[in-house]
Structure formats: structure tokens, C-alpha cells
Design a protein around this ligand. Sequence first.
Ligand SMILES: C[S@@+](CC[C@H](N)C(=O)[O-])C[C@H]1O[C@@H](n2cnc3c(N)ncnc32)[C@H](O)[C@@H]1O
Length: 220
Amino acid sequence: MKAEFWHERWEANQLGFHQNEVNDLLKRHWKTLDVAAAETAFVPLCGKSLDMRWLREQGHPVLGVEFSPIACRDFFAEAGTQARQGTTGQFKSYASEGYELYCGDFFDLTRKDLAEVGGVFDRGSLVALPPELRRRYATHMAEILPDGAQILLLTVDYDQSEMKGPPHSVPDDEVASLFEKSFTLDRLDQKGPSDPPPPFKARGLSSISESICRLERRNR
Ligand SMILES: C[S@@+](CC[C@H](N)C(=O)[O-])C[C@H]1O[C@@H](n2cnc3c(N)ncnc32)[C@H](O)[C@@H]1O
């Protein structure tokens, strides 16, 4: 998916992926990860997700990365917070107490940027990417995360001949093949197959499953 695709979505306010509530699975499963409150929670491809506010409420400093400056600005505006703008490496950054959003490409993040990260919440990130970028995403995540960092990963699985992504279908065996070299992997929960949400039904989808996994970066 090219950056342009996402910029156009944000400019046209076509944000079908955005949830107006904190994700239920995050609230249910984050505690399964052993992430101290002082450790940073990283939200890749973060949009303006309210999940970042919930993670902050758990005490974590929150770091997000997002292509769209509209998303970064809206996140702070909707939280009623004034963000300081600056530059961090090659990223434009937006920050206010406990939050830092890097505006730019996930693939430009370095290990140094993520040095304080203990936990990652991936909802709508891996599944936002087409197959050829998913392997690059998993490899880059393994490269930049500190040893022991844990990921709560939400994926969806459905018949891709019925609906085109995003979100793309990423079955459990693909998750294993992408991450198993550098991460241990526990499947925490599986939902479905069940009726898809109405917007996916309208796109022709008849059923969908969700998987929730905990990954932990092995020691190098
Ligand atoms: C499907 S949305 C999900 C957003 C968020 N995780 C949520 O749950 O609302 C994917 C987001 O990732 C951003 N994005 C896609 N590729 C990116 C990349 N390589 N680097 C940074 N952001 C990216 C898009 O602009 C979009 O806002």
C-alpha cells in the first residue's frame, strides 16, 4: 500500500478503520503481557487510535508512528491537548505529556527510536499491509524492538476472494511464518468464524475470524 493511498484516505476522511471506542481486546488482553507501567507502549501505524489514550492511562509513555499529519494532529486535538511540534531524526514529531507521535514511515524507525519500548499494540497495522510488505514489516519489527519486548497482535482471517483488503486476511500460519524466527508466539484467543461487521458485509464478505496473539522478541 503506497503512502499516497493512506494520505488520500485521511484527506477524504474515509476512516472506516477508526474505532470510536477503545478496543475491547486490548483491554482484555494487554495485562497478559508483562509490561511495566514505566516501559513505553509502541503503537505502529497508529492513526488517531483511542487505544493510545488507554495505554497512557495504564501509565505507559506512548510512542506512535503514522504517515498522516492529519491523524497526528487530530489525535491531540480530539484529546483536547496542545501538541509540541518538532523533529526527531528524519521524523516530524508531535508530543505532549506522555505521548510522542512520529509522523513518517514505520520502515524508517531505528532500534534507537524504540530503545525504551516494552510492549507493542498492533491492531490494523500488519493487516493494513499487502503480502509483500508484511514480511518486511515483521523483519523490521524484529530488527528494531529490544530483546524481551512483547507484542499484542490482532489479525483477521477471511476468504480474500470475497473481499479485497485492507484489512487483509492474515491467517495464523502466516503469522507464525512471519514472526517465528525472532519471536516466541502464544495464541491467546480466537473469535469466530462469525458474521462480519456491516461495512465488510456490504463489500461481499460472508464470515470472518479474529486471532489474538502474544509475541515476545527472543534474545539476540
Ligand atoms: C488501517 S489504519 C489503522 C490505524 C490504527 N492502528 C487504528 O487501529 O485505528 C492504518 C494506518 O497506518 C498508516 N500507515 C500505513 N502504512 C504506514 C507506514 N509504512 N508508516 C506509517 N504509517 C503507515 C495509515 O496512514 C493508517 O492511518
